[in-house]
Ligand binder design. Structure first.
Ligand SMILES: [Mg+2]
Ligand SMILES: [Zn+2]
Length: 194
């Protein structure tokens, strides 16, 4: 039974401030209210996975090992703050470069490979779950799989608001993740919260 409600999160521009090919821990900086918002969502029974494109690996800006160092740091830091990320799925590929990672893959968003893996691995109930991203390419695969879509205006969100015509349905649009937590508390889970 696919009965687990999840929040699927893009990483850069959603969890942390978008810094273009971020890989060093010293440059990592949370977006405002992220910790608090994820805690609120966690209290309502939502679990979390991260799905992130990391073309910086394909482009040679940083290595897979560099990537894993930061991934570990983020997961550990969130865990210590009371938020468990069930798993981070990443894509190291990019079709336009040469080398090992220069392929047309099934995991680079807007492809849905990593979404399918997450749904399978955690029995995600797509109808009760949400994908939060700052790019349309984060939302297209979610929409195709019946996951609710959320565009945040952090990161590249404001620019991507102009590309909404590439989606079949209008996403939930919020200024930041905290507003999304408000939405869930006020409209979706209201009857369950006393
Ligand atoms: Mg992003
Ligand atoms: Zn890939």
């Amino acid at each position: 039974m696919r009965n687990n409600k999840f929040i699927l999160l893009d990483r850069d521009g959603v969890i942390n401030v978008e810094k273009s090919y971020l890989y060093e821990i010293k440059d990592f900086e949370y977006e405002k209210e992220v910790i608090n918002s994820l805690k609120r969502l966690s209290k309502l029974g939502y679990k979390f996975v991260i799905i992130t494109n990391q073309a910086g690996i394909a482009k040679g800006y940083y290595t897979k090992e560099d990537y894993f160092k930061l991934e570990k740091y983020i997961e550990k830091d969130l865990y210590e703050k009371g938020i468990k990320i069930q798993r981070t799925y990443f894509c190291p590929h990019h079709p336009d470069v040469t080398g090992n990672y220069g392929i047309e893959c099934k995991c680079r968003k807007p492809a849905m490979g990593n979404f399918l893996k997450a749904i399978e691995e955690f029995n995600i109930d797509t109808k009760k779950s949400y994908m939060i991203g700052d790019r349309i390419s984060d939302l297209i695969p979610a929409e195709n799989l019946g996951i609710n879509t959320v565009l945040v205006r952090t990161g590249y969100g404001k620019e991507n608001e102009k590309k909404l015509k590439n989606l079949k349905q209008k996403p939930i649009i919020v200024n930041n993740i905290s507003e999304f937590a408000d939405y869930i508390e006020n409209y979706i889970e209201k009857s369950f919260v006393k």
